[in-house]
Structures are given as structure tokens and as C-alpha cells.
Design a protein around this ligand. Sequence first.
Ligand code: ATP
Ligand code: MN
Length: 276
Amino acid sequence: MVKYVREREEREFERAHRDAERIDKRDRVILKNEEERSVFEEVFDRRTLMTLYALANKGAFSYLNGVVSSGKEARVYWGVTNQKTDLAVKIYLTSSSDFKKRSQYILGDPRFNRFSSDSRSVAELWARKEFTNLQQAFDAGVRVPRPEAFLGNVLVMEFIGEGGIPSPLLTNVKVSRKDYVSVVKAMNILYKKAELVHADLSEYNVFKLHEEIIIFDFGSAVSTKHPLAKQFLERDVQNINHFFEKKGIKVTPKEKILSQIAEQKREKSESYFDEQ
Ligand code: ATP
Ligand code: MN
């Protein structure tokens, strides 16, 4: 698991911003056309723009190729590297950070016990939190978008999809019992190895790319030590069971899954998951 050295990180962050201030904007075309540029400037404040310049300057991406998704809290862009590799660049909006809604996913998580309530700090903490969560999940071997970089309120990760078009979500594809087992397995590894609960798991936050199940949108995920972790896990299992049941797939009772994931009956639960 990656350990964060806060002070060093903050110094690097400030330095990156100072570097960004020095970049001549005319030499750094990160948006391809005027239309994108004007939408961009309307939506993003100067500091977010500076953060993007700093990330581009560090080589995290070469340019942004347009919007993939405009949510209430975040916007996802299709980014491209110098080597023409696609990336997803998720920008948490500093204008709409819902402090109240988000605080329950932060307070109580021993990894994030400092919390400022101004909207920029919340957006930045959220980007940091999603990055850390993705890294923990990735390191534990759960199939998630590989985290690449983050700075301020911007998170850069592997693009799941092709040609700038995101992979379909579980909600949009034909699903099988095998997909169900993959999702439950992922929840189990996430809990036991990454020590995380997704806390916003549903058919809208799982990609199915060809036959692969990929879980994403990890901003809400909490440490298993969070006092509400079990409650969040229960809700995740409920959402997933409800979705697959609706699709006519045989599901394992919620209580059985919960006891296998969250209770320390290691040997038993491992053999259960191996059997599936
Ligand atoms: P929402 O409120 O719609 O759930 P969100 O702010 O929670 O949005 P995400 O769920 O992470 O953000 O992403 C929203 C959409 O952006 C996804 O449904 C998907 O289409 C696209 N997207 C997110 N991450 C990636 C990625 N790594 N690769 C490709 N597309 C992505
Ligand atoms: Mn989502």
C-alpha cells in the first residue's frame, strides 16, 4: 500500500503550481479547438486550469480531447498522452462540492482525518481520495482503471473504452451469472486485501468491457475501519443483488455474502469464492 507523505506532497503541489504560472499559455495548447476552449473557460476556474497545465507539463497527458461525461460533481475528459495512449481525466468541480453529502465518506476514515470545508478543499480531497482508493484497489489486484496521476482537483487514470468512447456500463449490457460472481469476488478482494468498501457500488459504476468486469468511481470508497463501512458494504451488496435479480440471475443471499466478506471466517470464505 502506498504511504503518503503529506508535507512532501504539499510542497510538490505548490511547486507544480508555481511552475504552471510560468508556462506561456500560447505554447501549451491542451484543448484542440476554440469551442472546447470557451466551454472549458466558462466551467473551470484559473487554479483548475493551472493544475491541468502543471499535469500536462509533467507529462501526465498531452492534451484533452473533449468531454466524456458531465456529472454534477465531476467532469470526465478524454485525455491523450504523447504516445497517443488514451486517458480519463476526471476533474472535480470546485463550484459544487457538496460538503454535507461528502463528509460522511471522509470523517471516520483514518486515512483522511483532516477536512476543510471550503469547496475547493473538498474537491481536492475528493480527487486525492479517489486516487488513493484506486491505488489501493489496483495494488490488491482488483480490476479498476489504473490510477496514473493526481494534482489538486484533477485525477488522471486509464481510459476504459475505445476511441474516446467509454466502455458500456453493467446497466447497458446483457449480464450473466459469471458477471455477478466477478462483482462479488471484486467486493471480497476489495474488502479483505485493499481494506476498502466501495460505498457507491451499482450497475452504473461497473464497466463491462468485452468479458471483463471493471469497477470504477471510487471517490466514495472508505476504509474498512470507517464506522459506517459495514453499512456501506450492505448497501453495495443490496444494489448489486437487486440489479442481477432483476435480470433473472440467481443471487446469493445478502447475509451470506456479508458474512463471507466482512466476517473473519477466512478459510471458509476463500473456499466459497474458489468454488464459484
Ligand atoms: P456520475 O454522477 O454520473 O456517477 P461521477 O461524477 O460519479 O458521475 P464517474 O462515475 O466516475 O463520475 O464517471 C462518469 C462517467 O465518465 C462514466 O459513466 C463513464 O462514462 C466515464 N468514465 C469515468 N471514468 C472513466 C474511465 N476511467 N474511462 C472511461 N470512461 C470513464
Ligand atoms: Mn458514477
